[in-house]
Design a protein around this ligand. Structure first.
Ligand code: F6R
Length: 366
């Protein structure tokens, strides 16, 4: 059942070129440069009338929601508010009838996410859910569903469901941008071009797993890790940190790189590896200067950088290169090495990767 892999988690990490493809399959048209999402529950006219978007989820799915915020605000030019299910539901949230309420859940059974969706519905918002499990409670109770179609996820730590959620968000952003007339047909086609190339790029990263194993071997005995990212890759720093802590039991924190000097820098010393996500985008120079501050405090730096990068390569203690793509799409490519890093560190520490202590695959209690 594990198809020759020692753990479900590793099998699921390696399935991602296929599952990203499965999430996209049959859902776009090259001729029109549009996404075709028939079960989304709102007509193009209704989508065009939306004032504000809410995204509510828990855990890894919440990280996907945070990526969604950067994506929708950039591509759709609509304000997006992201919330954790348990925070949203208990505060009498200001959701209105002209709001689009999006939930994201692998299982479709997470109690807090479900309760948030019910609350939003009661307040008159239209509820659309990105869900993996077909026929789950959340899928049944939503006005529209966008299934991720990535197959059953057995490993407790979510991997392929996360990249499938991101893929679904890419399709939804395209759909919204086109029906709201903020993206031209030619740009829609260019966006689709980048999306269909993703699986091949993911595959090329997976083929370099040995490089991640070597990094894991150097640092697996450390007790604390810091993950830094900016912009749309800030949520990926959070996700890399969550993956590491939940399966290896190493204390890890994810931070927006610009926030480091506001406190966490006090923790940095030679025993705290810092994983830096540094795509070549308009924030690149700022990330480099964050990294210099880290180096000045003698912390080991593990840098994830764009292909062809020289500067950081010289400064960092370990470097992993990420294939070049559009900055908004880069989160999927940055996710893969972080999943592998968490996995290999956990295995080296002898942890039960598929069944981490205290965790359940589906959190149906509050
Ligand atoms: C982390 C993880 C959890 C889930 C969270 C939400 O690896 O798996 O944080 O993401 O419990 O679960 P779903 O997506 O089923 O609502």
């Amino acid at each position: 059942e594990k198809s020759g892999f020692p753990h479900f988690m590793l099998k699921e990490i390696h399935e991602q070129p296929q599952t990203i493809l499965d999430t996209m399959r049959g859902r776009y048209s090259y001729e029109t440069g549009e996404a075709d999402l028939p079960d989304i529950g709102l007509t193009p006219k209704e989508f065009a009338a939306v004032d504000r978007i809410w995204i509510v989820a828990c855990g890894t799915s919440w990280h996907a929601g945070l990526v969604g915020k950067y994506l929708f605000e950039d591509m759709v030019r609509t304000p997006v508010q992201v919330d954790i299910g348990s925070e949203f539901r208990y505060r009498d949230p200001l959701v209105g009838k002209r709001d689009l309420f999006l939930t994201i859940s692998q299982s479709g059974e997470t109690a807090d996410t479900l309760a948030a969706a019910r609350e939003a519905k009661q307040k008159g918002a239209r509820v659309v859910s990105i869900v993996n499990v077909v026929g789950s409670t959340l899928a049944r109770e939503s006005d529209g569903v966008l299934y991720t179609h990535c197959g059953p996820e057995i490993g407790v730590a979510s991997t392929k469901a996360f990249t499938a959620q991101l893929t679904a968000l890419y399709l939804m952003a395209l759909h919204l941008a086109r029906v709201r007339n903020v993206m031209k047909e030619a740009d829609g086609k260019a966006w689709l071009d980048r999306l269909v190339r993703l699986p091949v790029l993911v595959e090329s990263v997976l083929r370099r797993e040995a490089e991640i194993v070597a990094i894991a071997k150097r640092y697996y005995k450390k007790r604390n890790f810091l993950f830094l990212g900016r912009g749309i890759n800030y949520p990926i720093a959070l996700e890399g940190s969550l993956k590491l802590k939940e399966i290896s039991y190493i204390h890890a924190e994810g931070y927006a790189a610009g926030e480091m000097k506001h406190g966490p820098i006090a923790l940095i010393d030679r025993d705290m590896p810092v994983v830096v996500l540094a795509p070549r985008d308009r924030l690149y120079e700022k990330t480099v200067s964050n990294l210099m501050e880290v180096k000045a405090r003698h912390a080991p730096v593990i840098a994830l950088v764009a292909e062809g990068e020289r500067e950081l390569g010289k400064t960092a203690d370990a470097v992993f290169t990420i294939p070049e793509t559009h900055p908004l799409i880069s989160p999927i490519l940055f996710t893969i090495p972080l999943q592998l890093l968490a996995y290999h560190i956990a295995v080296l520490r002898g942890a039960d990767v598929d069944q981490p202590r205290n965790l359940a695959k589906s959190v149906t209690v509050e």
